[in-house]
Design a protein around this ligand. Structure first.
Ligand SMILES: [Zn+2]
Length: 556
């Protein structure tokens, strides 16, 4: 699927590139590096250029053999697409460390040119606008693991058996298979056929179809994905898995773990069903019912692979056994199960169209953790859990990065993103309306790839006011809005205003005393209100709005 609205790319004289960890599993830190101009590699990777935009992906069939001894891959991806413009060339992607064996179209081998990780494919004749085309892209080689989760990692489990997993959100799908490696365009469906030695199993995205004994020591595991899927979500999990499962209405929920961990997995994964019920309470449905839900043990922390969520939290609550937001709430549940599964709604069903807007994946999913806590443990825990995230926010760079350069945003997109949504709930100050907007956001954008502007448009309609300056302040500037309060106790009044980067920033906020909040709407201009409260008694609902507050005069 393709979404064209609002897309543009800006070239910058100075670009800040942030290396954060991706998705899931809580980021551990990030580095900031300054580069003068986007490199050719940045543009090849990140730009939705004319040779990507001239076609719309329809379908992939990834059909490969995985050799655990050689640590190699060999096979092909059949790629079907519709031309959106007449052209003789398209851009696909495959990392340089893998060989292209051939690319076939209508029985003919095609010419191609490789430039870094991009592959420019030449057709012998012009492909007409609106025509459907299919190519077979054959490749092979030994991918070199890199990044925090390896991209693709050939490892062994504690018993010494092969354990091969992929997690390539940062590296990109072309790290291990030929694909159109970007976020804007998704295939509408996909088949995945993975051949592995007979004593191993592959678990991939989608509905398990069958396994076929290839009679050469390998068995092919076939899965069908019935929905649009981000290419970075496509995954293999090859190991000596044992499986158990349950059903929730029509939804199949299947669990895969190492045989030695079966009992621990049964105990820990019992959290999945109530979690699913909590998310169904908010969203009404699981987005990928035809494909089912799977939770699969892996040797890294976890990743939201669509309908095949991976799990490596050690069968412990919290995050790796730690109290993740430090307020005593996360030890009550398994952070990785909840966070990674939450991505099924935001990240997988509702997806960002550019890495720049990855807060759609991570800010929303972090907020879904808070919704889960509210449903299961109650409002007070949710409020504490949500505000526990304040300590993790740096406010050192904007959450939305420049488009078209595949720049992963700062990790604030997780925590500040969630706190921003929590703030909007309190700006709305009508929970029934808020829950219906949360649901509508999912319903409106599911199976689509969107940019923040589209979400703002929906929110503006439902709030009945222009929230653009509020979205911009939280997402496109680094600083929090600051509420300045200036007390004149002799006159029994307080002057107030926002200090914010956005000229039209005006956000209501509750102030006064906790048992009788008054809602004021400061702007960047000073206003005054009468109050009988002293400077010290006068409170601001900083647990409902993620803001900064200063009170003056200091000496009073
Ligand atoms: Zn995540």
């Amino acid at each position: 699927m393709i979404q064209d609205r609002f897309f543009s790319r800006y070239i910058l004289s100075v670009v800040t590139i942030t290396f954060a960890t991706f998705c899931c599993f809580a980021p551990l830190g990030n580095l900031n590096a300054q580069v003068q101009t986007p490199s050719r590699a940045d543009i090849l990777r990140g730009e939705y250029g004319p040779l990507r935009a001239n076609n719309d992906l329809l379908y992939y069939h990834l059909d490969i053999r995985v050799d655990p001894v050689e640590k190699s891959l060999k096979g092909k991806n059949t790629i079907r697409f519709r031309m959106l413009k007449e052209a003789t060339q398209i851009q696909l992607d495959l990392y340089e460390h893998l060989a292209i064996d051939k690319i076939v179209w209508q029985g003919k081998d095609l010419m191609y040119k490789r430039e870094m990780n991009a592959v420019f494919i030449e057709f012998p004749e012009s492909l007409p606008n609106a025509s459907e085309q299919q190519i077979e892209f054959f490749y092979s080689g030994k991918p070199k693991s890199q990044g925090r989760f390896g991209g693709i990692a050939f490892q062994t489990d504690p018993a010494g058996r092969p354990w091969i997993t992929t997690a390539c959100e940062g590296e990109g799908s072309s790290f291990w298979w030929p694909s159109k490696d970007q976020w804007r365009d998704e295939v509408e469906s996909m088949d995945i056929s993975i051949a592995v030695p007979n004593d191993l199993m592959d678990v991939s995205n989608g509905r398990f179809i069958n396994k076929v004994d290839l009679r050469d020591g390998y068995t092919q595991w076939n899965y069908r994905v019935n929905y649009p899927i981000n290419s970075y979500n496509v995954s293999i999990n090859v190991g000596k898995y044992t499986q158990f499962g349950e059903k929730l209405g029509d939804l199949t929920m299947d669990y895969y773990c190492l045989p030695e961990d079966l009992e621990r997995a049964r105990n820990q994964f019992a959290q999945t069903r109530p979690m699913m019920e909590a998310f169904l309470h908010y969203f009404g449905e699981y987005p990928f019912v035809k494909d089912g839900y799977k939770l699969i043990q892996v040797p890294y922390t976890g990743m939201e692979h669509q309908s095949a969520v991976t799990y490596g939290n050690g069968f412990r609550n919290g995050y790796g056994g730690r109290d993740w937001t430090g307020v005593g709430v996360s030890p009550k549940f398994d952070f990785i199960i909840i966070h990674e599964s939450g991505h099924e709604w935001f990240g997988n069903a509702v997806s960002a169209a550019d890495v720049s807007d990855m807060w759609v994946q991570e800010g929303w999913t972090t907020y879904l953790e808070c919704l889960y806590v509210e449903k299961i443990f109650g409002y007070d825990d949710a409020l504490r859990y949500t505000n526990g995230y304040q300590a993790k926010v740096a406010n050192s760079s904007p959450i939305i990065t420049e488009r078209g350069l595949h720049q992963t945003p700062h990790q604030d997109m997780y925590f500040k993103g969630a706190l921003f949504l929590h703030t909007l709930r309190n700006v709305m100050n009508d929970d029934a309306k808020w829950w219906s907007l949360v649901r509508e956001t999912y319903d409106t954008f599911k199976y689509k790839n969107i940019l923040t502007e589209e979400m703002i448009e929906l929110f503006n309609k439902r709030f009945g006011s222009d929230l653009t300056p509020i979205f911009n302040q939280y997402l496109r500037h680094k600083s929090l809005p600051k509420l300045e309060l200036n007390f004149d106790e002799s006159k029994k009044e307080v002057a107030y205003r926002w200090v914010a980067d956005e000229a039209d920033f005006a956000m209501p906020v509750r102030v006064g005393s906790r048992d009788a909040w008054q809602t004021i709407t400061p702007t960047r201009e000073w206003q005054t209100m009468a109050t009988t409260l002293s400077k010290n008694q006068f409170e601001v609902a900083t647990d409902l709005y993620y803001i900064q507050v200063t009170k003056s005069p200091v000496s009073q």
